[in-house]
Design a protein around this ligand. Structure first.
Ligand SMILES: [Zn+2]
Length: 210
């Protein structure tokens, strides 16, 4: 199996695919956001990171790379990873390559999930969830039998998106702008694989990573 990264627009289903790979193929999902959140808050690094986050500042790449290194070093030869949240730009991609080389690991494949803008938009703004049984719905794709009511338990659904059409468009445009250099970079390394993110996505991903 391959060590992978997903590149995907907002609401393209990256989280769902990562969860499936984790459950079915035993992938280790490494989210840099989780690594920061799970830091021991009493440790020197934990205190430093907390202070930065509370001040609304960015955590430096050096810190994130250090955490990533520690985490990657816990993996055995048989473990394979999905890296999530890093790299977000070209500099980070280069730092990551340096780190992986240093610890003798590799990134084998970068999967770009291709989902049309309109589909992402509807997935994002139509998202609804049951606060009681956590069943997920979508007002465009997966409507409950009665509008606004959970099929399973009858609880009123919560609309789970802060996005309006306008804010979503901004998020999407930012994604396209930021990831273009990353996509080019991995294409040059022959690591980029484009996967249809709408139909039989999971099956297609398994075909790529196995
Ligand atoms: Zn429910």
């Amino acid at each position: 199996m391959k060590n992978i990264i997903f590149i995907a627009p907002p609401a393209a289903g990256k989280g769902t695919q990562s969860d499936l790979l984790k459950e079915n193929l035993g992938y280790v999902h490494i989210s840099t956001g989780d690594l920061l959140r799970e830091l021991d808050k009493e440790s020197p690094l934990g205190k430093e990171v907390n202070a930065l986050i509370e001040a609304g500042k960015f955590v430096s790449d050096e810190i994130v790379l250090e955490l990533l290194k520690e985490k990657l070093l816990t993996l055995t030869k048989d473990d394979h990873f999905i890296l999530d949240g890093y790299p977000r730009n070209l500099n980070q991609a280069k730092s990551l390559d340096g780190l992986l080389k240093e610890i003798n690991k590799s990134l084998d494949c970068v999967i770009e999930l291709e989902v049309p803008y309109d589909t992402c938009l509807k997935r994002a703004i139509g998202r609804e969830i049951c606060p009681n049984c956590h069943k997920a719905y979508n007002t465009f794709f997966k409507k409950p039998k009665t509008e606004g009511i959970c099929d399973s338990c009858g609880t009123a659904l919560e609309h789970r998106s802060d996005d309006t059409e306008e804010t979503f468009k901004t998020r999407f445009d930012t994604y396209v702008e930021n990831t273009k250099p990353l996509i080019d970079y991995y294409q040059e390394q022959n690591k980029l694989v484009k996967v249809d993110g709408v139909n039989d996505t999971y099956e297609k991903i398994v075909g790529v990573v196995k």
